[in-house]
Design a protein around this ligand. Structure first.
Ligand SMILES: [Zn+2]
Length: 310
């Protein structure tokens, strides 16, 4: 058993060394694949007034919602990334908050307001890949416009069973480019918060690929993938779980959680940020994950969406 652990450790070290040797940046500070190097986009999920999931009641005097929680704590995620030398842009697809303390939180984190609240869950196509369709696509399009090196969509979960079965703490990543980002985030959360204050029943954090536009959030994942951008959605803490909500309502814990995500991004960028990316080869070729290729695209009329299936 001990011998096995040593061999495993050696393998991990060798793997890291081999990936390090591939990631020497060319002269001039640019990185492989002609990318602009070191731009991370953090997107606060949902929008003010359409906050996403929330706790069933007050927790430690606060009623937490996905969107407002991240407005308050994204600053700490961003700071970890910036302190490691990367550019970090925080976005939210809604309008700027006008009430305090949210307005101050938005200023502190320098939130770029995309001024596009997607009311009533309306789905619309990506500007860059019009066969990709989703609500919230404006955030993915922004990351594409900035040629981001990775994008993390900041959410909390509230659905599904929690105590039984496989780990409910989840990171969703895109199919071609997102695996290493998802794993880096999951491992950092495991080392820092999961089962270390944030009870996860002793289980780790799952990493799942979502690649059909029809599934929630997959349209963003696919649009980013088409443009060679690793993307991940954080769905690790459950707002309808008492223990998780208690954890997130505590300021020290909340910062720890937000910083853990920053560290996960930094780990990813350090070891894999310069890896060659996968780009979609042919925008007109059938892609079974795309809305444009699903029978749904014949049934649902989404203005501006491109159909690949006729
Ligand atoms: Zn959400």
């Amino acid at each position: 058993m001990k011998k096995f652990s040593v061999i495993l450790l050696l393998l991990v070290v060798m793997l890291q060394l081999s990936s390090c040797s591939q990631m020497k940046a060319p002269a001039g500070g640019s990185v492989a694949g002609g990318r602009n190097g070191g731009v991370v986009v953090l997107d606060i999920g949902h929008f003010i007034g359409g906050d996403g999931a929330c706790t069933p009641g007050a927790v430690n005097g606060k009623r937490l919602t996905e969107c407002t929680w991240w407005y308050q704590y994204v600053y700490y995620t961003k700071k970890v990334i910036e302190d490691a030398g990367y550019t970090c842009i925080v976005t939210n697809r809604g309008n700027a908050p006008t009430t305090e303390p949210l307005a101050s939180y938005a200023r502190r984190a320098g939130v770029v307001q995309l001024n596009h609240p997607d009311k009533n869950g309306a789905r619309y196509p990506s500007t860059y890949h019009p066969d990709r369709v989703a609500g919230g696509m404006v955030s993915a399009d922004y990351a594409i416009s900035r040629k981001a090196d990775c994008v993390v969509f900041l959410h909390h979960n509230s659905s599904g069973g929690w105590t039984n079965g496989p780990s409910p703490s989840l990171i969703i990543c895109n199919k071609y480019n997102g695996g290493r980002l998802g794993n880096a985030l999951a491992r950092t959360l495991e080392h820092t918060v999961l089962n270390r204050g944030l009870d996860n029943g002793g289980r780790g954090c799952s990493v799942t690929v979502r690649s059909k536009d029809a599934d929630r959030s997959a349209g963003w994942m696919n649009a980013c993938d088409d443009s060679g951008i690793p993307a991940a959605v954080i769905e690790c803490a459950f707002l309808n779980n008492r223990k998780h909500a208690d954890y997130l309502a505590n300021d020290t814990n909340a910062r720890r959680y937000a910083e853990a995500i920053g560290k996960g991004v930094v780990n990813y960028m350090r070891y894999f940020g310069n890896e060659k990316r996968h780009y979609r080869a042919d925008e007109n070729a059938a892609d079974e994950g795309s809305f444009g290729y699903a029978a749904e695209s014949r049934r649902l009329n989404v203005p501006g969406a491109k159909r690949l299936l006729h």
